[in-house]
Write a protein that binds this ligand. Sequence first.
Ligand code: PMP
Length: 407
Amino acid sequence: MTHFPVEKIRLDFPILEEKIRNKPLVYLDNAASCQKPNAVIDTISHVYRHDYANVHRGVHTLSVRSTDKFESAREKIRAFINADSTKEIIITKGTTESINLVAQTYGKANLKPGDEILITAMEHHSNIVPWQMLCEQTGAILKVAPINQQGELIVTEFEKLLGDKTRLVAVVHMSNALGTINPVKNIIDLAHSRSIPVLLDGAQAIPHMAVDVQALDCDFYAFSGHKLYGPSGVGILYGKRALLEAMPPYQGGGDMIRKVTFEETEYNSLPYKFEAGTPSIADVIGLGAAIDYLNDIGMDAIAAYEAELLDYATEKARQIKGLRIIGEAAEKGAILSFVLDRIHPHDIGTMLDSLGVAIRAGHHCAMPVMDFYEVPATARASFAMYNTQQEIDVLMNGIESLIEVFG
Ligand code: PMP
């Protein structure tokens, strides 16, 4: 293994000290949500103890202080994904809200009956259902590009589905059910050569790799704070400024206006036009602290370490008879989905919990992926930068003893 300061990093995450059923916690449910370092916990606590007031509205000291910290977090987020301007960083509740925002503003304003939205067969429900709702509202049609048995997008088929009527492409950057990392630059280039904008669902990709929205040239990028070692209840929509300027607002209310009379309302400028109501102030500042923390470690170092963890886990899993890995894309992030002969994933999850190992069992909000593989559910171990090879050994030994007893 290359040197990565995992033991030092683990000390920054107090929850990793927890005992579960008298066993050391082995937390492998990071794709659902990951744990928080002291830097984030302490920052949020500090805000409530010393800085808290509502943002953007007050002239008093605390309001100015909260606003400064809030806007400085927005700048950290901008730099983290290399957006051109903080005007392009819209604060939302999470990936789900970010995608719904695009569907209900850009989508409603630009789609008419017969127009098409193109997604892939490996999307999370939050990158399927908002488009289905939009199709119901506008008469547009949802098209789905197929995947192969390894869990990779079939790019030639994707390209065939890009047609005269395609108005938007919405693709997951990294699949939560399979771990597949999509060839998003290629996808964007293919779509842009036909002047079709592309939204990337970055919920899973963002904690695992450096993301540069200008290098990718994506039109929208959505992600959640809670999967990026930050708090839940806050997420981001990046959008290219020209697109955001042209889009109608999402929700109406305070902060998103410049002037209101009963006859007419003038909307605020970007990014506030899309930020109606009081945001989750301390959590946004906490997300800024998570980004500082990650920058200190370095996203490339994290990606390299997690790739080694995944290789190690995959190799071990391949040696277990009766274990089938679901999702074996050549380009893959730190997720291992699997099924066992004759043992239901829910039973795997429950039995591993008795060993202190937290994994997820279910359809992972990707029911069409389960249908494709003809399984009701999978067990999923998902790794973060604080996981170790020893923890993977605990998982694999647990699976082997399970097979011995029940298989
Ligand atoms: N897309 C993907 C690929 C995800 O993994 C998730 C979270 N499981 C989401 C979207 C939705 O994220 P959130 O629940 O934070 O809005």
